[in-house]
Design a protein around this ligand. Structure first.
Ligand SMILES: Cc1ncc(COP(=O)(O)O)c(C=O)c1O
Length: 370
């Protein structure tokens, strides 16, 4: 049975989805490589060693250079990358992981699954929710046995970009390896692990690399490869934390197909930041206030809207009025029922689309305030 997608003709502002839209090349790859284990036509033992199609070159040459690290792997997603690292480091009982209070739930549950206790580096609270190196220092001081740290760059709620360099320095001086969760960075903005700081980087193909999913990337410094990529005693070529092979089908090929597109779009990141700031400024004129870092440095933005909240108290469809009105205007991405607080993304929207969205909100507010 074929089900058409309801939101196909809509302007999409869901932060989860704006960076994962396929490039034209990836759409072609999707059809060409759609059969189950298609990439295994000429398998030589592990996913990363396949030379036809050129997965070996992608994993061992292109990805490490792109991520600015020594060793890279393809994973099933950002969370699988984080879990693989955490599991590899969870050997001793009572191990702890320090992570920013803005961390995604998948970082937290990865730690739980790996048996690591989470100690949060607190954020600054309303309205900016910033996490600093000092917050990591405080969290580390309160920990008994920290074996890892994680920073979310940017976080998926406010789109804040913490100062990784400083955080990495604090972690390094306490001999704690640092994971950078770059699910919203890798594929959107330039990121080189060795330049930015940190020991591991994880990215998400379906979130920010114009790829079908689930797929992700994992990069690390050479020093950690023996720990995280340890091989099976019985199946000599299979890496344990990768469960032998990770993404073993069409998603790898969409990731590779979109790579040139990714390299090009990253060069236009400044333009994306400029658009986001413009959007936030215009929204604030409507009384919809951007929380998180200001001026903002990412297309993912969190807004507080007392004006829409007040309308929802009186509107016939209650708190669902905004969703319904946006649907009529073919705008998708704000969750049904949200009016007071919501996040959205302006990533890769045209100037016309941005103006259209601002006008749409203006019209909705006018309609209900009249
Ligand atoms: C900050 C952040 N990290 C990680 C993830 C999860 O990425 P993946 O689906 O690749 O595991 C998300 C998903 O929303 C996220 O917002």
């Amino acid at each position: 049975m074929f089900y058409p997608r309801q939101t196909k003709e809509f302007i999409n502002i869901d932060p989860l989805q704006t960076g994962g839209r396929l490039s034209e090349e990836a759409k072609k790859a999707l059809v060409e490589w759609g059969d189950g284990y298609s990439v295994c036509d000429f398998c030589t033992g592990t996913l990363d060693s396949i030379k036809t199609p050129p997965i070996y070159k992608f994993v061992h040459e292109i990805l490490p250079e792109f991520l600015g690290c020594d060793v890279a792997r393809i994973t099933n997603g950002a969370r699988e990358g984080k879990f693989a690292i955490m599991h590899a480091f969870s050997g001793c009982k009572g191990g702890e992981i320090i992570m920013d209070e803005n961390a995604h739930y998948s970082s937290y549950v990865s730690a739980e699954r790996a048996g690591l206790k989470v100690i949060f580096a607190k954020n600054s609270g309303y309205p900016e929710y910033i996490v600093t190196a000092d917050d990591y220092e405080t969290a580390i001081d309160s920990a008994k046995n920290p074996v890892l740290a994680l920073v979310t760059y940017p976080d998926g709620n406010y789109g804040n970009l913490p100062n990784i360099k400083r955080i990495a320095k604090v972690c390094e001086s306490n001999s704690i390896p640092l994971i950078v969760n770059g699910a919203y960075a890798i594929g959107r903005m330039d990121f080189k692990l060795k330049r930015m700081g940190g020991d591991f980087i994880v990215g998400s193909g379906h979130k920010s690399m114009a790829s079908a999913g689930p797929v992700g990337v994992l990069g690390m410094k050479e020093d950690y490869a023996d720990i995280v990529l340890k091989k099976s005693e019985k199946f000599k070529v299979k890496e344990i934390e990768m469960l032998g092979c990770t993404a073993r089908g069409v998603v790898v090929m969409t990731l590779i197909a979109s790579f040139p597109h990714i390299v090009e779009r990253i060069k236009r990141w400044d333009e994306e930041v400029r658009k986001a700031r413009y959007f936030a400024e215009r929204f604030e004129e409507l009384g919809i206030i951007q929380l998180g870092e200001k001026p903002h440095n990412h297309d993912l933005m969190f807004f507080e809207s007392k004006v829409l909240y007040e309308i929802s108290k009186k509107a016939k469809s209650g708190r669902f009025f905004l969703y319904k009105e946006l649907k009529k205007k073919k705008i998708h991405g704000i969750k049904p029922g949200l009016t007071k607080h919501f996040k959205l993304s302006t990533y890769m929207l045209s100037e016309e689309e941005i103006e259209y969205i601002i006008r749409a909100f203006e019209e909705i507010i006018e309609k209900y305030s009249g």
